[in-house]
Design a binder for this molecule. Structure first.
Ligand SMILES: Cc1ncc(COP(=O)(O)O)c(C=O)c1O
Length: 368
């Protein structure tokens, strides 16, 4: 079986984690955390990095920092992971959905304006599968209405939008360092922000609301969302080779696109000329004319030894959110089609050209 992802760990990763282990800094403080935060923030062109336990809690902290009131609204794509909607719901606020662009699969930026109301507080663009959102009109709209932007860059390490690094655009930008991400700490995440006050609050919030000065006196509530120094040591070693990782991912993306664009039964994610995506996961959409959906294609690929993953299910189709009475009667046709017809192929950094060839051949056979 060719797995959908396998992390690529090197001698420098082992050495860095060993170094952290020997230093005795094994919990949620230590020099590797500080260095990892500084390196990642600098790479993305930001002032502050706040490392946290995973990408979902990075979004949780970012949303909490908005101090949403009940009934406030946050605009986000319908095609995303539940980590985007959940912290908004926990704040008794409302996620407001926008369908995807059928070519880029990211939020359809032209449809955001019609969803802005008096209650809108923020927009949350998500760079789906490493493909950058069209940020310029989104940022203009946010500025026009005084809205915060929470950039979900979990899948887009090292991607560029008009030459600038993804993660550099949001009032708050969030990353995940899960095992399948370009930089991984096993589990892990980070918030990036320029504002000193927001950075201070984010640091307190990830650490139970501890204040400088007398310990165990709390003026505000926080969580234990800390990343460990051991995890940060892994991330730090990987940041050193981010350029190679991005180059490798782009080469894999190119190799897939060259082979798969010949198959008339497929649609591929389109990279716009103003963006440089990182092909976090290589997604494919199977056309209805083939008579197949993604589940059937996945079954046929599994028979041929290829592991795949289905695409996200739209937020408006999530049983748990529907049970809460959210998104009743709403339909987002592009998202629904992506969920029904889309899957992603093995995309781990350990994948070689021969395996890509073999996967593409299997896709061709499976479509017949
Ligand atoms: C777009 C997006 N946002 C947020 C997350 C959450 O990250 P984590 O799995 O680290 O909690 C993910 C996870 O893969 C993601 O793909």
């Amino acid at each position: 079986m060719i797995p959908v992802n396998e992390p690529l760990l090197t001698e420098s990763d082992f050495a860095s984690v060993n170094d952290a282990l020997r230093s005795g800094w094994i919990s949620g403080a230590g020099p590797h955390i500080d260095a990892f935060e500084q390196r990642w923030a600098a790479y993305c062109g930001r002032k502050h990095g706040i490392a946290v336990a995973n990408g979902s809690v990075a979004l949780h902290v970012a949303v909490s920092l908005l101090d949403l009131e009940p009934g406030d609204e946050v605009i986000m794509p319908s095609f995303t992971i539940i980590s985007c909607a959940w912290p908004v719901i926990l704040s008794n606020a409302t996620p407001v959905l926008v369908d995807s662009d059928p070519r880029t699969w990211t939020i359809d930026v032209g449809k955001i304006r019609q969803r802005v109301t008096r209650r809108t507080r923020a927009i949350m663009p998500v760079h789906i599968y490493g493909n950058p959102v069209n940020m310029r009109p989104l940022l203009d709209l946010a500025a026009e209405h005084g809205l915060a932007v929470i950039e979900d860059a979990a899948e887009a390490h090292g991607a560029l939008y008009r030459g600038e690094r993804i993660g550099s655009f949001g009032t708050l930008s969030c990353f995940s360092f899960y095992a399948n991400k370009l930089i991984t700490t096993g589990e892990g995440g980070m918030l990036l922000v320029d504002d000193d006050g927001l950075a201070e609050r984010a640091r307190r919030m990830r650490n139970l609301g501890f204040q400088p000065g007398r310990r165990f006196v709390h003026n505000e509530l926080g969580y234990n969302f800390r990343l460990t120094n051991l995890q940060a040591a892994l991330g730090l070693a990987q940041v050193e080779r981010i350029d190679d990782i991005v180059a490798r991912k782009r080469a894999m993306g190119k190799a897939y696109t060259e082979r798969l664009s010949r198959l008339s039964g497929l649609e591929l994610q389109v990279e716009q000329d103003w963006s440089r995506g990182v092909y976090w996961m290589y997604g494919i959409l199977v056309r209805e004319a083939t008579g197949l959906d993604a589940a059937e294609l996945a079954r046929r690929l599994a028979e041929r030894g290829i592991e795949t993953r289905p695409f996200f299910l739209g937020m408006h189709e999530q049983p748990v959110l529907r049970k809460r009475g959210l998104f009743r009667g709403q339909s987002y046709p592009v998202t629904e089609r992506l969920a029904r017809q889309g899957l992603y192929l093995p995309s781990g950094l350990g994948l070689d050209e021969a395996q890509i060839e073999c996967i593409c051949q299997a896709v061709g056979e499976a479509l017949e």
